[in-house]
Write a protein that binds this ligand. Sequence first.
Ligand SMILES: NC(=O)C1=CN([C@@H]2O[C@H](COP(=O)(O)OP(=O)(O)OC[C@H]3O[C@@H](n4cnc5c(N)ncnc54)[C@H](O)[C@@H]3O)[C@@H](O)[C@H]2O)C=CC1
Ligand SMILES: N[C@@H](CC=O)C(=O)O
Ligand code: NA
Length: 438
Amino acid sequence: MKPVKIGLLGLGTVGGGTVSVLANNAAEIARRAGREIQIAHAAARAYDAGAIDGLERIGRIGDDAFAVVEDPEVEVVIELIGGYSPARELVLRAIENGKHVVTANKALIALHGNEIFAVAREHGVTVGFEAAVAGGIPIIKAVREGLAANHIEWVAGIINGTGNFILSEMRDKGRDFADVLAEAQALGYAEADPTFDVEGIDAAHKLTILGSLAFGIPLQFERCFTEGISKIGALDVAYAAELGYRIKHLGIARRGEQGIELRVHPTLIPERRLLANVDGVMNAVLVKGDAVGPTLYYGAGAGALPTASAVVADLVDVVRTLTTDPSNRVPHLAFQPDELADTPVLEMEAVETAYYLRLSALDQPGVMARIASILGEHGISIEAIKQQEPGEGETHVPLVMLTHRVRERQMNAALAQIEALDSVQGEIIRIRVEMLSG
Ligand SMILES: NC(=O)C1=CN([C@@H]2O[C@H](COP(=O)(O)OP(=O)(O)OC[C@H]3O[C@@H](n4cnc5c(N)ncnc54)[C@H](O)[C@@H]3O)[C@@H](O)[C@H]2O)C=CC1
Ligand SMILES: N[C@@H](CC=O)C(=O)O
Ligand code: NA
């Protein structure tokens, strides 16, 4: 059989890794796919030729990405440029030209996936996006196919490698946030705009995709609650440890009676949980299905070769199904497109969690009692409390509390009232707590 001809857009971290994996494992990949895979035409604005193994095997390299998607020789386009534009226009044009697409671009899928999948369906082509969620972990394959028998109850994961690398290095080595972020950028883990990593936007893109796959709802990035790690301080990491917890940046999608929770935020997790022990650039996703119970998927969430592993796996899937009737292919969002549900995604104020609170309170009798009574008035009960001794000459002491579960709306109201007390100084730090059991 003739080789399958591929067009590749972008030759950076993931593009370079993809060229290398296709070159280094060419024979085994062909044995699996049933056909040899050749990169016929690649385009990149810039690339480091010396750093990419197998570059010489590419038929033609230019700088015009649109020339690749218009190239009649190309059957499958791999989009590894990133960002919304021109990635969206390139992917849509490739689809309109009858080409299958593989992409690692979670921003693109989370925001424009509904449109892209609809157009792909019209044209009878597949869009693979395994690399877009949790890098090398085959989580999309697992949720979409491996768990197809289940009513999925919840998904909770560490789904940003850069953020987890920063939190791990801060906790284990006491390193400075900015210094670790610079290293993550040098290692190729971070997004082109690293605020996407540290402010949780990248994790929200991925959680949006996971939520759709798990619950069969359209992609709704705008409904995902998003909080990053930039406000996590060494003090909270230390207090959490004293209480027997670790702070992880989690994406949580949960199906409840009122609707679906879709939220990304720093989270205290009991230190003995597996997720609490996932460090560095590693990602892990816990999926609870009603039949299978809890299942855990672990692996590198970023980096050239791990991400290329997912890109090439999608490519092999596409090649295997090139001759399949499009209506028999695995649906993009796991459920048949006309079976997507309109279950609402809840406002964060309607979500219930336990909380870690840290505040600075005047060291005087009655202050703690007043704070506890405000919490009580809002139906919030305290599970644990740590009050520090004041430092030499200090009037205020740090007060750390763990609360029982309560709706975010009640917590917001209570915190506003406590922050307004003269005896409380500055902003109250709040971190949500999840036990992740069962
Ligand atoms: N770096 C990682 O570990 C991971 C990245 N991703 C995603 O993979 C995609 C690529 O990311 P990286 O490889 O890290 O980016 P990168 O910045 O290392 O590489 C981007 C490549 O695209 C080229 N490019 C940019 N705009 C272009 C244009 N208009 N026309 C032609 N070429 C253009 C650049 O010259 C470069 O070769 C992004 O969507 C990213 O979110 C997904 C998982 C992991
Ligand atoms: N910037 C992302 C790359 C992979 O998706 C991350 O750090 O996880
Ligand atoms: Na993946």
